[in-house]
Design a protein around this ligand. Sequence first.
Ligand code: DLL
Length: 463
Amino acid sequence: MLPGFAGKPGTALQAGCLGAVAPILGHLWEKPVYWNPEIETLSAEQLRQLQLERLRATLARALASPFYRERLAASDLRPGDLTSLEEVRRLPFTTKEDLRARGPDFLTVPRDLLVRLHASSGTTGQATVVYYTRTDIEAWAELVARSMYMTGVRPGDVFQNMMGYGLFTGGLGFHYGGERLGCLTIPAGAGNSRRQVQLMVQFQTTVLHIIPSYALYLLNVFAEMGVDPRELPVRIAFIGAEPHSEDMRRRIETAYGLKAYNSYGLSEMNGPGVAFECPEQNGMHVWEDAYLLEVVDPQTLETLPPGVVGELVFTNLTREGMPLIRYRTRDLASYEDAPCPCGRAMRRISRIQGRTDDMIIIKGVNIFPLQIEKVLMSLPEVHTNYLVELSRHNYNDIMTVKVEVKESFFKEDLRYLTNLRKRITEALKSELLITPVVELVEPNTLPVSEGKALRILDRRHEA
Ligand code: DLL
C-alpha cells in the first residue's frame, strides 16, 4: 500500500527502495501529502466532533487529579453534560502559577507510570515541571513527526537537531519526532558551532532544527570556516522556541538557501509540535485533534473572534498523565479559520506577537521586543545581533539599543555612521513612539546565547 493511503508513510515504500522502477511507477509514485491522512483530511465539522468527544474524555481523566478534582468541584459541569465545545468556557483557567504551586497534584496516574519529565526554560522565572507517560511520549513524537512531514521531510532525510537536549523540550521532542518519521537523526545539541558546521558537511545534512537567532549567528562561523551553507544539501529548517519576525525568516532562508518553517510549542503542552507551518508558510496550523484552541482577551478573558490578537489558551485533548484544561499561555497571537490551500481544516495561528508578560513599559508606552526586532532586521546594514538595555536616570527610563553593524558598513566614514545611527533611531521611534538611544557596535561583539537569545536587559531596578 502506498504511504498516505493507509498506514504510516515512514513504514512503506521509499524513493530509495524503488530504485530503477521509480520512473515506471511515475504517476503512482506521487509523494503523499499527509502523515496521518485520517486526521489531516477531516472536515472542520468532523474535527469539532472529534474534539468534543476528546474534551469529554479529558475532563473525565482530569478528575483523577487532586488539582482538578478540587477545582472542578466548584463548577456544576460534569464531563457527560458537555454538548458543545463552547461550553468549555464554563470551566476555570489554569495558570503557570497553579503549576508552580501544585505541580504533582496535576497527575492523573500513579508515579510508576511516568517515564519522563521536562521543565520549561524558565525565561520568565522559576521553571515549571511537566510529566509524561509512555503513551504521552509516543503521542507527542507522532505530532512532531506529522509536523515535520507536513513541510516535506521524508524518511531518509538527514536531520541535524541543534537544540538543547535535556530539560528543554526542543531537543528530545524533535529527536523522537525525527526518528519516528524515519530520518537519520543527528543529536547535535546546542552550541559547539564549528562542530555543527563540520557535522553538516560530513553527513550532508538536509534538515535542520535551530533557534532562529542562532541560525543567524552561525553564519559568521560558516564564513570563518570558508563554507557556504548554500552549497550544502540542506533544504528545510525548523525555527521556533523564540519570537522572530518575517524578515528574520527570509534572511535565514536566503543565507542558507532553504525553506524555514515556524514551529510553536510550550512545555506545558508537551513541547514543540503544538502549531506548525505547512508549505504555504502563512500561519501555523494548530493540531486541533490534540489541542483545543481558544484566544481570549487577556484583561476581560472574553473569547475573541478570528483576526484579533489575544492570549492563546489550550486544553489538552489526548494527554494521559497530566492533562491541562484552559491553560493560559501568556502568548499573544490571532487565529484564522479560513480554509488553507494545503487542505487541512486545522485553524492557523499568526506569528507570536509577544507575551502578555514580556511587554515592557517605557515612559508609559507599551513595547514588545518583537517590534524592535522587526525594525532592525528590515535594515540591510544591521548584522545579526542586538541588545536592548533599559536603565533609569533621575527617575527617567532610558532605552539603549546596541546594534551590530555589518563589517562592510562599519568601514564607512564617520559621517556615514552618524547618518546610519540617525536613521535607525528614526525607524525605531516611528514604530515604538519613544526615542531610544542607539549605539552602533562592531559585528560579533554582543553576547550570544546558545539557547534562547536574551535581547532585553532590564536594569531599571538597579537605579
Ligand atoms: O520553547 C518549546 C519549543 C521548542 C517550541 C522548540 C518550538 C521549538 P518552552 O521552553 O516551554 O517550550 O517555552 C515556551 O516559548 O510560550 C513562547 O513564548 C515561546 N515560543 C515557542 N515557540 C515560539 C515561536 C518551547 N515559534 C515559550 N515563536 C512559548 C515565538 C515561541 N515564540
